[in-house]
Design a protein around this ligand. Structure first.
Ligand SMILES: Cc1cc2nc3c(=O)[nH]c(=O)nc-3n(C[C@H](O)[C@H](O)[C@H](O)COP(=O)(O)O)c2cc1C
Length: 243
């Protein structure tokens, strides 16, 4: 599904509506997702697109709510990407929609974080050749042996395609950093970059783990707080490889 997924910025030529049985399966999948940090309370709601500011022609939006604890954005990225890949397996197109807004800002004391817009799409509308997608070259995002995973995981989605990750393979461990461009600014305001890029790192960590498992590489994961924004590279996670 990493190869098949793509962002549907506009849901044109939809394959009809999602049927109730698909929604049930999706809800069931959502109830079984694995968080990065089980201590952080989250809630996920499926609402119609019209209940949000999203006007991309989707049918529904999946709304993510969370307790605002350390690492909550990364945790939502990690959870949401599991859902995005599941949706691709069902031919449901999706779009992480950072600029989206919803009236319901809180659920059970948990704050709204981000949404993913979704709609049923024809199979042929999904990605055909992932390697044609625009991404930074491998050398800019990965140092050391690629383990057969680096050239796949670099295709992870990120807000405005910023790809704020850098992985260092030191042989027996992988260090994953959130990279923050200093100096010249992109189109997003700095506080939004800091917010979305933490979600992006969670997305990246999930895809990295999928790729490592696919290569039969076992690991022990250690997470770091990644709270400050004053350095160019901020460590987010370390994977000690068991070989
Ligand atoms: C956290 C996050 C927020 C995003 N927000 C938006 C958004 O507000 N509007 C939009 O059109 N695309 C949004 N995207 C989609 C990205 O632009 C897209 O993932 C990226 O350009 C890579 O393209 P791909 O997903 O097709 O591989 C977002 C993606 C992520 C991961």
């Amino acid at each position: 599904m990493i190869f098949k997924r793509k962002s549907f910025h506009l849901f044109r030529d939809r394959a009809g509506d999602l049927i109730e049985e698909q929604i049930c399966r999706l809800e069931n999948f959502i109830s079984q997702v694995k968080p990065l940090d089980p201590e952080i309370k989250t809630e996920i709601r499926i609402v119609s697109e019209s209940e949000t500011s999203c006007k991309r022609g989707a049918q529904y939006c999946i709304l993510f709510y969370s307790e605002k604890k350390k690492g909550y954005l990364r945790n939502i990225g990690y959870i949401g990407e599991q859902i995005e890949l599941y949706l691709a397996s069902e031919n449901v197109g999706s779009l992480w929609f950072g600029i989206g807004k919803t009236e319901q800002k809180q659920i059970n004391g948990l704050d709204y974080v981000i949404m993913i817009a979704i709609a049923s799409m024809p199979r042929e509308k999904f990605r055909k050749d992932m390697f044609k997608a625009k991404r930074k070259p491998l050398a800019e995002v990965w140092k050391g042996d690629d383990l057969g995973v680096a050239d796949i995981v670099r295709f992870a989605p990120s807000a405005c395609n910023t790809q704020p990750w850098y992985t260092e393979n030191e042989g027996n461990r992988l260090k994953v950093y959130r990279y923050k461009k200093t100096g010249k600014r992109g189109i997003m305001p700095a506080d939004m970059v800091a917010y979305y890029n933490r979600i992006d790192i969670g997305i990246y960590l999930f895809l990295l783990e999928v790729c490592l498992k696919h290569q039969n590489i076992m690991y022990d994961r250690q997470l770091f707080d990644d709270e400050t924004d004053d350095q160019e590279f901020s460590i987010s996670a370390q994977y000690v490889l068991r070989r």
